[in-house]
Design a protein around this ligand. Structure first.
Ligand SMILES: Cc1ncc(COP(=O)(O)O)c(C=O)c1O
Length: 404
């Protein structure tokens, strides 16, 4: 590399950061000085109501979940110091994976250090040349990147995107795929269960119907639906009254409703899990999930299975919050999920509003480009079963004080 090329990096990086700063789009990391809960203590701000975490069931600071993590550390120590196939598989991993499979009612599951990792594993491992992956255009970035990785590794593996939530667009893509002689293998359809930025719900019965008609397999990333959707929090399929067996593969996170620590998983057939153990690159080349997290996540799932009333409380809170936000004059995108986006269009405005809300004692993050498309910036309010009515009332009071 020449001196000029090396010198180029600081100047172009400063330029990017400066343009974010001057356009009011620079993100600020808030320092949290205690546990994640209905309220959090933020450095320089004090105790504020937290309305932007994925702590949907309030399990991140649940005493049994925290104790399970302590127990995990005591029993297994701080780290696994290995990938799974060398000497990184502990019996707490097996217990967690059995529990996840039991929770869904599927044959098997396998854990990863994040759902991002799970999505990076599933497509390159299960898909082959001659297959095609058909993906909703608003799928999570980890799905998009997992697919990009897969098609870059496997020459002859195809991908295409259908319009968000649009079954006629999906049908068109399936029809094209079936008449494409290059597609000799499997057709895969992948969708989020609950879309993370819109808070809307995939039409899983409609998508399943198309899978059956065209002989395709269905992967659902239900990171925002697990623990939230359906009477017992099994996820988006339960919301639609579908058995889990109608979804061929689930990917999901342990970093949201299921204890909130970190980690992800793939759940489905034993056959696919066996292949992932043999061939998944994040499985073969990256450390195992920390044992403390395997233990705390297992406990979180047990608490959820034992206390479905947490899901009911979350649902009540969601209804109350959605009605309350609407009464302030802001409009929230319609859905029954715990993600309540308030569209304000402009990124700088969303960030300024989020700062003002924090000064008013309410922690809500503003999202803009590139996380959402230009012109669709929003405040994303997320509701938890940990919230009491007075926490949500504090949000309504603060929203009323914002300059529109
Ligand atoms: C749909 C979806 N998939 C995957 C992820 C990534 O999860 P993790 O934090 O476990 O990597 C997220 C997190 O925001 C998500 O919303």
């Amino acid at each position: 590399m020449t001196m000029t090329a090396a010198a180029n990096f600081p100047s172009r990086t400063n330029e990017i950061l400066e343009s974010l700063r001057t356009s009011g789009q620079l993100k600020h990391l808030q320092m949290i000085e205690g546990p994640m809960d209905a309220t959090v203590r933020i450095r320089g701000k004090g105790e504020v109501v937290c309305l932007c975490s994925n702590n949907y069931l309030g399990l991140a600071n649940h005493p049994e979940v925290v104790e399970a993590a302590h127990e995990g550390i005591r029993k297994y120590g701080a780290g696994t110091a290995s990938v799974r196939f060398i000497c990184g598989t502990f019996d707490c991993h097996e217990k967690l994976e059995d529990r996840i499979a039991q929770f869904y009612g599927v044959e098997a599951s396998y854990s990863f250090t994040s759902c991002w990792n799970a999505n990076e594993a599933i497509f390159p491992t299960l898909c082959e040349a001659g297959d095609i992956i058909i993906s909703d255009e608003l799928n999570h970035a980890s799905i998009i990147d997992g697919i990009r990785l897969a098609v870059s590794i496997k020459k002859g593996l195809l991908r295409t995107v259908y319009r968000h939530g649009d079954l006629s667009s999906l049908r068109e893509k399936l029809t094209e795929a079936r008449s494409n002689p290059a597609i000799t293998g499997t057709i895969w359809i992948v969708t989020d269960g609950v879309f993370s930025m819109e808070g809307d719900i995939a039409d899983l019965p409609g998508i399943r119907g198309l899978c059956d008609e065209f002989g395709a397999l269905l992967i659902v990333d239900d990171s925002h639906g697990t623990g939230v959707m359906g009477a017992t929090g099994r996820g988006t399929h339960e919301h639609w009254g579908m058995p889990a067996t109608k979804i061929d593969y689930f990917t999901g996170t342990l970093g949201k409703a299921l204890g909130g620590a970190a980690g992800g998983y793939i759940a489905g057939s034993r056959l696919a899990i066996d292949l992932l153990i043999q061939r998944g690159r994040p499985t073969l080349f990256s450390n195992a999930l920390p044992c403390s997290v395997a233990c705390s996540a297992t406990k979180a799932i047990e608490v959820l299975m034992r206390e479905p009333q947490r899901v009911a409380k979350l649902r009540d809170n969601v209804e109350y919050a959605r009605a309350g936000i609407a009464a302030t004059g802001f409009s929230v995108l319609k859905s029954s999920t715990a993600i309540c986006p308030i569209i304000v269009h402009d990124t700088a405005k969303a960030i300024a509003m989020s700062r003002r809300l924090l000064d008013l004692g309410v922690f809500v993050i503003g999202f803009g480009f590139p996380v959402v498309p230009e012109g669709h910036a929003r405040l994303r309010v997320q509701i938890s079963a940990a919230h009491e009515r007075h926490h949500l009332d504090a949000l309504f009071t603060a929203l009323k004080k914002l300059d529109r």
